[in-house]
Design a binder for this molecule. Sequence first.
Ligand SMILES: [Zn+2]
Length: 360
Amino acid sequence: MIKFLDNKLFRYLSVFLFLNSAILPVKSSSALAAWAIKTNGVLEFRTKSNTNLKAYFQKANQISGDRFWVDFPGELKNPRTINGNGPIKEIRLGKPNKGKTRLVIEFKKETYLKPLSWKLVGIDQNRWRIKLFDPKYQFEKIGEGVVEKKKIFKANQNSIPQRKSEYRYLKLPEVKQNKFLVVIDPGHGGPDPGAIGIGGIRETDVVLEVSKIVEKLLTEKGVKVRLTRKNEIDLDLPPRVSFANNTDADIFVSIHANASRGKRRDINGLETFYYRGWRGRLLAKKIQKQILRVSPGSPDRGVKQGRFYVIKNTRMPAVLVEIGFLTGRLDARRLEKTTHRKRLAYAITKGILEYLNKVG
Ligand SMILES: [Zn+2]
């Protein structure tokens, strides 16, 4: 929600809506799909999902009347001007610079607007509303396209949390369907709980939950997934490796959480290991980058070469991810929450998909 502030010193005012950081590629088409100024003076518009908007207001000057405009990512095909009625002089759709779309509403000179009370509100994932004026006389609706069009969710998106701004910054890339097989290895299990952290939090539980979410997300993207374990069983390292080597898996990802010696609460951070090859290293880099994004403040311990059994003996590109320190104050507090585990799972999935897209 944005309030428009009227400041005499800064007649030029810009407001940024950071709903997420997904930025469309420069050459993509306009993110503006439809717009309408309704008879009650409300502007509504529909965009692509995950759109960053910038909205501006400028007071009238010698050349033009009051103007309100919104910039959208993506390039408009046909710049055009539409005649207004009532207090609106005209609406212009243009491309202020390459790869952008601008919707300008210019008011007639005598119009009295109250931008102080304006609020641009997101009413949906892809719909927006702002009350611009109270029509004194009859005002005829102006617009293009259908604003109310319902977004059709693909079946596989139902399970992805849709709550505003929660995971959308982690929009997952598309990959070729049914082409890839990924083995996910949740560390430890059964009588071996792995690391035990603050408040008794157990590595085996954390990594199993994260792994299962990764499995679900990858499956929804058309990637085949095999888990080395699906529940609390005692699984030694050699069977994990032979399991992976007996498949045609493209990659192997082992998921772990860390503990520091002496259980030092000041030690936090994320790290990803590979054993050999540029592919393993690339996969590690992609995953490390994404898990850091969802763990602000937690140190980047880097992408490193490590001689862990499971990544040393698997034949495909393999990595071992440490998603945080269960003994660290910052990491443990997060890792005990399902929301953070989901974010980490998204991040790992994103890293995997990016890798598959690049190398696959
Ligand atoms: Zn471990």
